[in-house]
Design a protein around this ligand. Structure first.
Ligand code: VGL
Ligand code: ZN
Length: 241
């Protein structure tokens, strides 16, 4: 067992019901919460900490770069670390530019359901698709790339949108003997949300480290994310100093 010395995951009974702002203020009441020890059956999934999702990028998430230091800290407690990387061809069907007359952040119907149309981002081989230069990479044992097929997007690191085609992550985690999945990264209300829900559906005990995530924050998306976490038993936790 590896203990998180001087740093604690907080898991509160009421925490999963609190919005992020309120949950963070729970730091002052740390003795009300229990700590979680990280062991070799745990994995840290770091979702899409790429230039395009950070300030200056084409689909920048507000303060997306502010979580990187904390992610690097928590990496030190994990033996198993896996990164995901959004990885799109330049004519990807999730880009509004691939659909005549469509605007960014509008939605269309795809064979697998509703799809939000994004500004072009994380184009294969581009600077925007690279991991942020501050993210520590050397501890990661695997990189799961997703969204590389033109005709289907993939928010989740487990399944492409529509849950028809798998990325292989579930099998990888199961053959590694993983039981608990801890998720952090970008963006809370899209790729982190879909990944965490799919992780729970695959039978992993799933935790989202909410202070190590930032949302895109389209109307209603953060609310929908927390509702989905409650529905699927995804637990929200904090990393505190
Ligand atoms: C993401 C929108 C489009 C994410 C990826 O990483 O949350 N969001 N592609
Ligand atoms: Zn994408």
């Amino acid at each position: 067992m590896i203990n998180l010395n001087r740093r604690f995951f907080l898991q509160g009974m009421s925490l999963s019901l609190l919005p992020i702002g309120a949950a963070v203020s729970a730091k002052e009441n740390r003795n009300l919460f229990s700590t979680i020890s990280i062991n070799k059956e745990d994995v840290l999934l770091i979702i899409d900490v790429q230039n395009d999702f950070c300030p200056g990028g084409s689909l920048a998430v507000k303060d997306g770069d502010k979580i990187i230091e904390g992610i690097n800290t928590v990496q030190k407690s994990f033996k198993n670390i896996i990164l995901s990387q959004d990885w799109h061809p330049s004519d990807h069907s999730s880009f509004y530019t691939s659909h005549e007359g469509k605007e960014a952040f509008s939605t269309i119907q795809m064979p697998y359901g509703e799809q939000t149309l994004w500004p072009p981002h994380c184009v294969i081989g581009s600077k925007g698709a690279e991991f942020h230069s501050k993210l520590a990479l050397s501890g990661a044992r695997m990189v799961i790339r997703k969204g590389f097929r033109r005709e289907v997007d993939s928010y989740s690191a487990f399944w492409e949108n529509g849950r028809v085609s798998p990325t292989g992550l579930e099998g990888a985690l199961k053959t590694m003997g993983i039981r608990r999945v801890f998720v952090c990264g970008l963006a809370l209300d899209f790729c982190v949300a879909y990944t965490a829900v799919d992780s729970a559906l695959a039978g992993f005990d799933t935790y989202v480290i909410v202070d190590l995530c930032k949302p895109v924050n389209l109307p209603g998306t953060v609310e929908a994310t927390f509702k989905a976490f409650n529905k699927h038993g995804v637990k929200k936790i904090l990393l505190i100093d």
